[in-house]
Design a protein around this ligand. Structure first.
Ligand code: ADP
Length: 319
């Protein structure tokens, strides 16, 4: 029944006009629509409180939507929650396993929840604990494991039902670079093998490196939904901070260039990529301004993200 309803070419995720108003009155999702194609590596980005966890909570049956629908490989969360759960592996933000159990027990027990026979569960547990480099810790209590190991264990656990859609909710927050790399190696591998991956993250550079498509959510609304390549191409302007002397009079007026006086010694410049630096420096020199040092304001994606959020909020950066 479940699988008959799951069309072979249905998107991995189709969210339609999803709304969530909590009992407190907070409108966490204000009509979110989103499609993630099968096989994609998709980034869901947004500042704190944007609604990411609420959206993931709805997909994983932890939160009831107020209205709207979400279909996972064609299966509606309203029609068949269990069917949806079988398609999804979730790596939550917080460590949420019993720390007195061993990794092996944690993996085998979760498989029981999915109705997977114990003999198969044991084979899978060994496979995924091995792939996540935890096999040597498989029979020890998890409370002594490092934070990075606990995260990897949550990935192994999420793989036990061999999900077609793996959702990782801020999986690398506070995890050192070494561990992050090994996590991404694993996740990139299963994505190549066909598993659709959705990643929420604050680490924009991580999203830039890993993901093919991206949606940005802010205040419960999708404000951008595009390919990573197109999103980055939009950013044809670079921002620099200049330390200067002689900033007494008027600023030069250069077509396409925005100059902002930050204080008596600092200028901020927004410069289209097509614009050369020499004419900027020449114009500043003409106005008696000397540049003593300069630096990039932020990384590209970070900058774009701030700008999009500012645009949505009428010029104010979201808290
Ligand atoms: P994110 O994951 O992007 O940080 P959340 O989905 O956690 O965002 O939160 C979205 C909004 O909903 C926030 O304003 C948050 O305070 C609120 N919120 C989240 N969970 C609850 C809850 N259980 N009850 C009431 N408000 C909540």
């Amino acid at each position: 029944m479940t699988h008959a309803m799951s069309a072979g070419d249905a998107p991995a995720l189709a969210v339609e006009n999803l709304r969530k108003t909590y009992a407190s009155g907070v409108e966490a999702l204000k009509g979110v629509s989103l499609t993630v194609q099968q096989g994609d590596f998709f980034a869901l980005l947004g500042p704190n409180g944007a609604g990411k966890s609420t959206l993931i909570g709805i997909l994983s049956s932890l939160v009831n939507p107020t209205s709207g629908d979400a279909r996972v490989f064609g299966i509606s969360i309203h029609a068949d929650r269990g069917g949806v759960m079988h398609q999804i592996g979730l790596v939550p933000q917080e460590v949420n396993f019993n720390q007195f159990e061993t990794p092996f027990e944690i993996c085998v027990n979760v498989a029981g929840f999915y109705g997977i026979p114990r003999a198969i569960a044991k084979v899978r547990a060994e496979k995924y604990l091995n792939e996540l480099r935890l096999w040597d810790k498989a029979f020890r209590q998890t409370r002594t494991m490092s934070g990075g190991m606990k995260r990897r264990l949550m990935i192994a656990r999420a793989m036990m039902n061999e999900p077609r859609l793996l959702i990782l909710d801020e999986p690398t927050a506070g995890v050192d670079i070494e561990i992050r790399r090994s996590m991404w190696q694993f996740v990139t591998g299963i994505n190549r093998a066909g598993t659709t991956v959705i990643l929420t993250t604050h680490y924009l550079e991580e999203a830039e490196q890993l993901c093919r498509n991206i949606a940005i959510i802010d205040h419960g609304q999708i404000i951008e939904d595009t390919s990573m390549r197109r999103l980055l191409a939009k950013l044809d302007v670079q921002s620099f901070v200049l330390d200067v002397t002689g900033l007494d009079g008027a600023l030069p007026d250069l077509a396409g260039v925005t100059l902002t006086r930050i204080d008596g010694q600092t200028l901020e410049v927004e410069l289209p990529n097509s614009h050369d630096m020499n004419s900027l420096f020449a114009a500043l020199t003409e106005h008696g301004i000397t540049v003593t040092s300069m630096r990039n304001k932020t990384n590209r994606l970070e900058e774009l993200f701030v700008r999009l959020v500012e645009r949505e909020n009428g010029g104010k950066v979201a808290a």
